[in-house]
Design a protein. Structure first.
Length: 200
């Protein structure tokens, strides 16, 4: 499966144009948005409309610049965009798990409550993709001036399910746009606003 992922667009029409060019060139099976497509929800519906025009199935979570409810409502306006925060979504025999928002805390108690549920859903799948806004702790995706400031709950979830989770996509920290690393066997990726193609 070929995935085109992006994050932290923040209303950039330059990035949208590049994303469109990449989608046309690579012809992905699915597109992932890891949040912060807007600047505090300015032009949110228009930005989602532009993403929908890429004419591919899109899975999205909200960032810290979007409210969960507002992002969910915006996604619902477009037939090919699905909001997957707190959900497990199957596409072509791959399970996608979404967890949006956050980015400023080391732990996420709500996610911790849901991990057993997600693990149960993962049992039937050989390939899982995790889509979060916040990056996993202690990776190249969460370093700011040599300090790790990512999320330990997300890292633990990846680490405990590394044989299932093939790729974890996240963003939030613009300084690390385009960065990649591994948590055990899992490839972790910040795809940047301009997008990155990931094959699993």
């Amino acid at each position: 499966m070929k995935i085109l992922a992006f994050v932290d667009l923040h209303g950039s029409f330059k990035a949208l144009k590049k994303l469109g060019q990449l989608a046309k060139k690579e012809n992905p099976d699915i597109i992932l948005c890891a949040g912060d497509i807007s600047i505090f929800e300015q032009n949110l519906d228009y930005l989602m409309h532009k993403v929908s025009k890429l004419k591919k199935p899109v899975l999205a979570v909200h960032g810290n610049h979007e409210d969960e409810g507002t992002m969910k409502k915006s996604c619902s306006l477009f037939e090919n965009i699905t909001f997957i925060h707190g959900r497990a979504y199957e596409f072509n025999n791959v399970l996608f798990i979404g967890w949006g928002g956050g980015g400023f805390s080391l732990r996420d108690k709500e996610l911790e409550k849901r991990t057993k549920e997600f693990k149960k859903k993962m049992e039937k799948f050989d390939k899982v993709v995790l889509l979060t806004h916040a990056p996993p702790y202690n990776t190249k995706l969460d370093r700011i001036i040599e300090e790790s400031c990512g999320n330990k709950t997300i890292r633990n979830f990846i680490s405990e399910n590394t044989k299932k989770i093939k790729v974890a996509v996240s963003g939030h920290l613009h300084e690390n746009a385009g960065a990649e690393d591994h948590v055990k066997e899992t490839r972790v990726v910040n795809p940047s606003p301009f997008g990155k193609v990931i094959t699993i």
